[in-house]
Design a protein around this ligand. Sequence first.
Ligand code: GLU
Length: 502
Amino acid sequence: MTENLPGAVRDRVAPSPTGDPHVGTAYMSLFNLAFARKNDGRFLLRIEDTDRTRFREDSEQQVYDTLRWLGLTWDEGPDIGGPCAPYRQSERLDTYRPFVEQLLADGHAYYCWCTPQRLADMREAQQKAKRPTGYDRLCYGKTAEERATLPGFAETPVVRMLIPRDAPIAFTDLIRGEVKAPRPDDQVIRKADGYPTYHLAVVVDDHLMGITHVVRGEEWISSTPKHLLLYRWLGLQPPAFAHMPLLRNTDKSKISKRKNPAARLTWFAEQGYLPDALVNFLALLAYPPITETDEAGNPVEREVFTFDEFSAGFEWSKVNPAGPIFDLKKLDWLNGVYIRSLDEADFVGRMVPFLVADNVFGPERAAPTDEQLTTLTAVAPLIQTRMALLTEASGYVRPFFLGAAELPIADDARAELPAGTADILVAARAAVAGVDDWTDERIEAAVRAALIDGMGLKPKVAFTPIRVAISGARISPPLFESMRILGRDETLARLDRLTGDL
Ligand code: GLU
């Protein structure tokens, strides 16, 4: 039945809905999708929800939302259906049953009635004796009645694989070449609750869904020999495997949601990252920059690229298997690049939700008025080149929506005011009041004439008091442009206010 499925290449991402989606789900989706697109294939989303103890209700929707936000969209999945529906494992329990029965009938699997306590004691004893840990096959070859006479018996059995001593442990990986994994233990394939474990379900589903390439995290390398045995025992053609390098923190440890907020996929939108920047960053974690030739014919590397460019040249041989470091500084830099590339309307539109959330337009998350949007559009070009994250917008923009009296003056800004600030502000006020044509150039010319030529001040000394009066901060958008946008009355009011405040 799988021959007739659409797409010569079929790959998938298979997250477990156990909490906030992990950033690794986006990273796996990206590489799967790039490979599928390159080969006119199909990318599937399958929800692996067989672990009922860790299941979280809202997690599945978050997977959809975050992947869609990133533009990593799937061709088949639980929410959109497809020829292999259902795509949620908890809805496929009947599908797995005959496969387990077949393995039992063929002697490749057996029932195990050991209680969790007995397994824990067994493991402890093995560790104490410094023997390899693994199931000791107490239940193998026994009927329930025979086993019931021994200690540590549970009424409802699990089903285990009977892993042969000489089970093959090597396989070929598209990224790593020949890989050797440790010899597997007698893996449980059906739990006491009747649910299959991941190992059985993944093999059955990858087969029935016509998956040609299994692209997943490096942590599954040790499971692959078990999966290959299941394929063999069930008489199925195994897919190709590509195990992606795990993402690591700067201290090389594995990225976990407990230790690193950036492990949560929802974090990036909250922090003001742009989806295209994150996609570019995730690609660069395991993939080289695009190489082009400059006019002189020399190769030059380009780190900034789109998903389409990434996918068009995609090859497994270029994926670097060394654990990539998740360096947020690099992402901040990339995000700044992407922010600068937005057109004005897009940039404004993306800032608005952050400004609303920070009550920049008014209390209780007020939406902007038309007048405020006009001001924001005027401010946008002044700040677009300065921002790495959209969350920085509020700090820059808020002063434009406050009256002179409400503008907070930051302590560190006040501390920078030079001696003679009062005189500087008074002179600046007189100069600004006399500007005939309210443009950036005229305002600047008037201020320079009064303070630099007239009073003989250095620019930094002359402009610091004005900057603090206008923005309340040490660092602000360009000064004269800001004054132009605020208007003459507000500019004068701010200069007066700081003078009165000294
Ligand atoms: N459900 C597994 C996970 O959450 C999928 C592993 C695989 O892709 O085979 O990582």
